[in-house]
Design a protein around this ligand. Structure first.
Ligand SMILES: [Zn+2]
Ligand SMILES: [Zn+2]
Length: 164
């Protein structure tokens, strides 16, 4: 996705962009939908432009507890400063893209790809209260109750009792 200086000069007013997930070059992320929608708002800033917006991505993940695949739809917000001012490159408030007066467009795909990676949770769960797999028989405890559930719990209690 390219954003052109001429558009930034006029100002993007919550403009909708559609990009293909494959254009982000994230080979190790499996997108459930190829289409990513991105809404972008821009404003003039000293020596550049502010860009704010959000994108909606749908990623196919595998649950860390029960191992089933599920689709995770995320809305990712971003706030980026495009600037020709080298002094602003390291700045805590915004992510910054260096944009010199000679550039007439900026490629947004690398920065969007970074946002997608940063947004992925460390722990991927199909639901917050996923019960996971039984450690004894391996059944999916979200789908069925197995007989060994009780045993595992009581043996844990035995261990605690022995400690006391
Ligand atoms: Zn799960
Ligand atoms: Zn079991």
């Amino acid at each position: 996705m390219k954003i052109f200086r001429t558009d930034l000069h006029v100002g993007l007013n919550n403009k909708l962009f559609e990009i293909s997930s494959s254009s982000l070059g994230l080979d190790n992320v499996s997108f459930a939908e190829d289409k990513i929608t991105c809404t972008i708002h821009s404003e003039h800033a000293p020596n550049g432009y502010y860009i704010k917006g959000f994108m909606t991505v749908s990623i196919s993940e595998s649950c860390d507890r029960c191992l089933i695949d599920f689709n995770s739809k995320q809305t990712i917000e971003f706030s980026i400063l495009l600037t020709s001012d080298v002094k602003l490159i390291n700045n805590d408030e915004h992510d910054v893209i260096f944009f010199t007066d000679q550039d007439d467009a900026v490629d947004f795909n690398p920065v969007l790809a970074e946002y997608v990676l940063l947004d992925r949770p460390l722990k991927k769960l199909c639901t917050d209260d996923c019960k996971g797999l039984c450690t004894s028989c391996g059944c999916n405890k979200n789908e069925m109750d197995c007989d060994c559930t009780q045993d595992t719990q009581s043996s844990n209690w035995e261990v605690l009792k022995n400690i006391n």
